[in-house]
Write a protein that binds this ligand. Structure first.
Ligand code: NAD
Length: 402
């Protein structure tokens, strides 16, 4: 006789990396009734802050120590973990968690990883260990994008011809939201090919990952729709959550929190009522993460696959990687993409993208907390500033004193 699968209730979670986005994960767990029992971060000040702000009983100074401890049994035996570290750590930490035999669900921040090889290994290891892995594409649960997707499915603008999105701050970074949103509103179509162009005149990084100065991509789906992405080229109207969709019978202009429709019955551009008070439309805070958690837990308990599953998120990463591989090879890249490494990094090492202006810099360097004045941090935190606002302010104050 088959036994019914175990239902996971009264869940506990551990958050790896106590920085900016970790606040949304912890708030999301709390709103979903999941107890956060430990945090992991090499920085003592970060661990202490999270333990005291959220009454978290346990903390680990190293990821390896955390994994060893949970494997040996003991008090910290989480069903869920959040990986909230910088991009280059996502793959190794996700894989180690999935192989722990304890953890049942993982929320890993975007981008999944820095290359298709790492991302495919993450998916495989999670599948092999029956661990559900979701990626921080929490905007898939926002009412604006949901309504836009439904309008498109219902044929409100006819056959879709083009989605356009203009991003800033690196393609792997904010660009991942624009690409993911474009694919989402189109109903996650199969992508046929990607044609991309990349510029990198400066030695630009984002959270320790090399990124381009600017790029654009044309993405051809198997249907009629194309997606046009531009990143760090124009600041005008740049917003990674804003998608402009043109169809044979109309247009949709949407963000995560509003939708405008133009078709033969709309009487010009019509702002749609999403039926949700504005203050409840949370794009990347605790409420957004609570929705992500709820769907993950449901998936673990035998419900439908999460909208943010690694399988769906993989397409977003593949398109991103195909864009720079297309520029590297000067040709259209048909998917699946064979290149397993990060093509932009390969281009740099092959001397194809020599910076014209010397000097490495990181557009998220201000998030590094190692040498900040913690007293000043606490002072700003007591004024209810968010972590990234505090870090930006401290960074500017530091620059002034130099
Ligand atoms: N989904 C979204 O909307 C969204 C928004 C912001 C950031 N992110 C993603 O979240 C990730 C983290 O970004 P952030 O802005 O929170 O960064 P952050 O710098 O604010 O926080 C990272 C934290 O990780 C800690 N850390 C470093 N090495 C570690 C290790 N080996 N083990 C455990 N902790 C370690 C750091 O000390 C720091 O406290 C990035 O991948 C970023 O792209 C996603």
């Amino acid at each position: 006789m088959c036994r019914a699968p175990r239902k996971y209730t009264d869940l506990t979670a551990v958050v790896i990396g106590c920085g900016d986005i970790a606040h949304s994960h912890i708030t999301g767990y709390r709103l979903s009734g999941v107890k956060v029992i430990a945090v992991v971060d090499p920085l003592e000040a970060a661990r202490r802050q999270f333990q005291s702000e959220y009454s978290i009983p346990f903390a680990f100074a190293s990821f390896d120590e955390f994994i060893q401890k949970i494997k040996c049994g003991g008090e910290v035996q989480p069903e869920l973990v959040s990986i909230c570290t910088w991009n280059g750590l996502h793959a190794q930490q996700t894989i180690a968690c999935a192989q722990s035999n304890i953890i049942k669900g993982i929320v890993c921040e975007k981008p999944i990883a820095v290359g298709m090889g790492e991302a495919r290994r993450m998916m495989q290891v999670c599948e092999d260990n029956d661990v559900k892995l979701v990626i921080g594409h929490q905007r898939r649960y926002t009412p604006g994008w949901n309504r836009a997707r439904k309008l498109i499915t219902d044929g409100a603008i006819g056959e879709v011809l083009r989605v356009e999105c203009t991003n800033l701050n690196g393609l792997l970074n904010c660009g991942s939201h624009g690409i993911d949103g474009s694919l989402y509103v189109l109903g996650d179509p199969t992508v046929q090919w990607v044609m991309g162009a990349v510029q990198r005149k400066t030695d630009r990084f984002e959270r320790n990952t090399p990124v381009e100065d600017g790029c654009m991509a044309l993405i051809q789906t198997m249907g009629s729709a194309q997606i046009f992405i531009q990143s760090d080229l124009s600041r005008k109207d740049a917003a990674h959550g804003r998608l402009i969709v043109r169809g044979t019978n109309g247009m949709i202009d949407t963000t995560e929190s509003w939708v405008k429709l133009f078709n033969e019955s709309s009487n010009g551009w019509k702002l749609l009522d999403l039926g949700i008070p504005e203050e409840e439309i949370d794009i990347m805070g605790g409420m957004a993460n609570a929705r992500l958690t709820k769907h993950l837990v449901n998936w673990i308990n035998g419900g439908p696959e999460s909208e943010c599953s690694i399988r769906k998120a993989m397409k977003t990463l593949e398109v991103t990687m195909a864009l720079s591989e297309s520029a590297r090879r000067n040709e259209c890249m048909y998917l699946p993409l064979k290149e397993e490494q990060y093509p932009l990094e390969l281009m740099i090492s092959e001397g194809l993208l020599k910076p014209k202006i010397e000097g490495r810099y990181d557009i998220r360097a201000y998030l590094t907390r190692d040498n900040v004045d913690e007293k000043r941090y606490d002072e700003l935190r007591s004024k209810n500033l968010a972590h990234h606002q505090i870090m930006l302010q401290l960074h500017m104050e530091n620059q002034k004193h130099k």
